[in-house]
Design a protein around this ligand. Structure first.
Ligand SMILES: [Zn+2]
Length: 385
């Protein structure tokens, strides 16, 4: 039996999931169920990204500890995926002790395997807490991050551990150039042009920030730093397999990472480079989906186009909602959610077309076959009168 290990993005533990998260999970769930029917040994991972400045800030605003916040969001999120019928095999949380130990081991393995790849550097720049990343000038409009126009950018001056991403330019280009690794093609082209514009080294740790995994090495001045949240989040796919226990390779490498288009570069560039630095195989495939638009804007907390997911599931039940999103939103691009469209699809496709077919079939089985579907040839009922 072939193993099939698929993952979805882990979601920030700052709020309940929305339609956009649901779309990703439903799409992944359909793929997981397909592979189970095919007889594959499926392992379907989903989870929560519980560290980082955004989580710490949200907890402070609500006057709870970060751990209390993420515990509450994780419980509510798992409940919603249950309501939606997502057939995941594992729910990873980056505050799990095993994950944190795995991240530290991975960082150590990069130090051991590629000693030149981490170095100390003083850095200053604009940091977007929404993206949890530093922003270049071309990603800033009117002093705001393009993806998070409601957030204020922070000016950060720090001496951090840096990862020598630039050294992986040729290897990453070669990997991304293959048809299999990054799909659909539109995303592949986007990342290839990003690579051609030059990859810059990235911060691997944060100074004066504690809600995260302690970085395994102190700086030369003796300061203990926190692992930058992407160096903590991306390895969840690896630590979920039991890494660094030797049998992690029963699941790794992942067969498929499913992610949204706003985090493509982290998955298609940074993540394989980290793995190459550690001497670990890269994932086989990354699939990038688009956004669910609500009233023309992205379904997300920060963009304001948010609809309550529990309400969407409760309207006609989970199957109708799952059907609607898969039918209405292409898996390689953006699509719209509206209650009107949901109702139209529900009535036209499910009630009138499928419902009518089921109702006619059942009444004929009752009328002509005494209500019994017999085994045998599938052309006529054997007791047709
Ligand atoms: Zn941002």
């Amino acid at each position: 039996m072939a193993k099939y290990y698929l993952t979805t993005a882990i979601d920030y533990a700052t709020a309940d999931p929305h339609q956009g998260h649901a779309f990703e999970k439903i799409g992944a769930d359909a793929i997981a169920r397909y592979h189970r029917l095919k007889g594959d040994n499926v392992h379907f991972l989903i989870g929560m990204d519980e560290h980082g400045q955004k989580v710490a800030q949200t907890a402070a605003e609500r006057k709870v500890s970060p751990q209390e916040l993420v515990d509450a969001v994780a419980e509510s999120t798992e409940e919603i995926w249950g309501l939606l019928g997502i057939s995941y095999d594992q729910f990873i949380r980056t505050t799990d002790p095993a994950h944190k130990a795995g991240v530290r081991r991975l960082m150590e393995q990069i130090f051991d395997n590629s000693p030149d790849d981490f170095y100390e550097k003083a850095y200053e720049g604009w940091y977007c807490v929404g993206c949890e990343s530093f922003k270049n000038d071309n990603e800033i409009v009117d002093g705001k991050c393009i993806l998070h126009p409601t957030r204020v950018l922070e000016w950060v001056e720090e001496k951090n551990w840096f990862f020598r991403l630039s050294a992986y330019t040729d290897r990453i280009r070669k990997l991304v150039s293959t048809e299999e690794f990054l799909q659909p093609k539109s995303r592949r082209n986007e990342i290839l042009s990003l690579i051609d514009s030059g990859l810059e080294d990235v911060s691997a740790s944060r100074s004066r920030f504690s809600w995260g995994v302690p970085f395994p090495r102190k700086t030369s001045s003796g300061e203990e730093q926190t692992t930058y949240v992407w160096f903590d989040a991306l390895p969840n796919y690896l630590t979920a397999t039991g890494f660094p226990n030797p049998d992690y390779e029963q699941l790794w490498p992942a067969d498929l990472h499913i992610i949204g288009k706003d985090i493509t570069r982290f998955h298609a560039v940074l993540w394989p480079a980290m793995l190459m630095a550690a001497g670990i195989s890269v994932p086989k495939r990354i699939w990038v989906h688009g956004w669910v638009l609500v009233g023309g804007s992205r379904a997300s907390k920060s963009a304001g186009g948010n609809l309550d997911l529990r309400e969407s599931i409760a309207r006609y039940g989970p199957d109708a909602f799952r059907y609607f999103l898969l039918r209405e939103v292409p898996f390689d691009g953006d699509g719209n959610f509206s209650w009107e469209r949901f109702e139209e699809r529900y009535n036209a496709d499910l009630a009138n077309a499928l419902g009518n077919l089921a109702s006619r079939t059942i009444s004929m089985v009752e009328r002509y076959c005494d209500g019994v579907v017999r085994s045998g040839p599938k052309d006529f009922c054997s007791t047709r009168r």
